[in-house]
Design a protein around this ligand. Structure first.
Ligand code: PMP
Length: 326
């Protein structure tokens, strides 16, 4: 039976009927379509018109390091950081790109020594965002190479450490961890340092900080609360006792003026002791997720996106709350 979307509830006395029943639900990627209903309601207010004669020159501001960026864009970026209080922008250069993935590679290129005979090692504390390793691998640069878990880095060679905070996949607030005496440079990936994911405790003031509109406003294609979903997810996994999710400490958020905890864009789930391969277990429930090994963690971990559309998220809740030992 197929129920109308509006009448569907994952907690309807154990009766789980939904248009997605029996279909595969893909929660592997972090596509932030969760924000779509919010923007749909406001689409008239925020429609942008680009006229045929707009944006003709390569140069928007020849005096700026990022000469192709419109001065209005720079102003808006500074304004949002100042309003939220999550980053110092005075005396900083603002550089935009097609998403922070492009900027990550640009930052690596900029930080690499030009005179080195061997590629510099790029490391990040495990579990780390799987795309760091993948992107470096795809590019096959002679300037930099993937160096693995930053906590295990003990070579005497220079390195670049990527500090992702709150971390993807597990939502932990992180600091640099490399212990080596060698010379290191830092890239801070702050994709999730926005008040809908975590308390804003201070203005970061690093040499290189990466932010992205894809996680701030949800505009991943052009290059807002989460909290409710986390409460529902914890209730669903509590019903079946097969998975556990980490608990996050509370902190005072300078933006909301409230004490709150981190609500990451991904759930980092650990399976119960009897279930060694968490991805295969969820595969049997037709739920696609990203396996712990991709983040240098064990097979008993999986990363599940919390940023998908409502109907897919509700279907996940129904399958998790009804899950039994298979
Ligand atoms: N860093 C982290 C930690 C991410 O989770 C993501 C997106 N999943 C990115 C960077 C890339 O973001 P963008 O869409 O801007 O390329």
């Amino acid at each position: 039976m197929v129920a109308a979307k509006d009448s569907y509830s994952p907690y309807s006395n154990g009766i789980t009927v939904s248009p997605l029943t029996n279909s595969v639900i893909n929660l592997d990627q972090g596509d932030p379509v969760v924000f779509e209903p919010y923007w749909k309601k406001r689409s008239d207010e925020y429609t942008t018109v680009i006229k045929g004669n707009d944006l003709m020159s390569y140069m928007s501001d020849p005096n700026d390091v990022c000469w192709f960026m419109l001065p209005e864009t720079k102003y808006a970026i500074k304004r949002i950081h100042s309003l939220v209080g999550n980053a110092e922008t005075e005396d900083k250069h603002i550089v935009v790109g097609a998403g922070s993935s492009q900027l990550f590679l640009a930052a690596l290129f900029a930080l690499c020594p030009s005179d080195s005979s061997q590629p510099i090692n790029v490391v990040s504390q495990a579990p780390y965002y799987s795309e760091y390793q993948d992107q470096i691998g795809f590019l096959g640069s002679r300037l930099f190479q993937w160096g693995g878990d930053a906590a295990l880095y003990d070579k005497n060679d220079p390195y670049i450490e990527v500090v992702c905070s709150p971390n993807n996949p597990d939502g932990i607030i992180q600091e640099p961890v490399v212990k080596s005496e060698a010379k290191g440079k830092l890239i801070h990936d702050l994709a999730y340092y926005w008040p809908h994911y975590t308390p804003i405790t201070h203005k970061v003031d690093h040499d290189v900080s990466l932010f992205t509109f894809s996680k701030c406003t949800g505009h991943a294609g052009s290059r807002v609360g989460m909290r409710e979903r986390w409460e529902k997810l914890r209730a669903a996994i509590g019903q079946s006792n097969i998975f556990t999710a980490a608990n996050y400490p509370k902190a005072y958020c300078n933006f909301t003026n409230e004490s709150s905890q981190t609500y990451p864009g991904f759930a980092w789930l650990k399976s119960d002791e009897g279930i060694e391969d968490a991805k295969s277990y969820l595969g049997k429930l037709n739920v696609l997720v990203r396996e712990g090994n991709r983040f240098s963690a064990g097979q008993n971990y999986v990363r599940v996106t919390m940023l998908g559309p409502d109907d897919v998220f509700n279907e996940l809740l129904a399958r998790l709350s009804n899950a039994k030992r298979l």
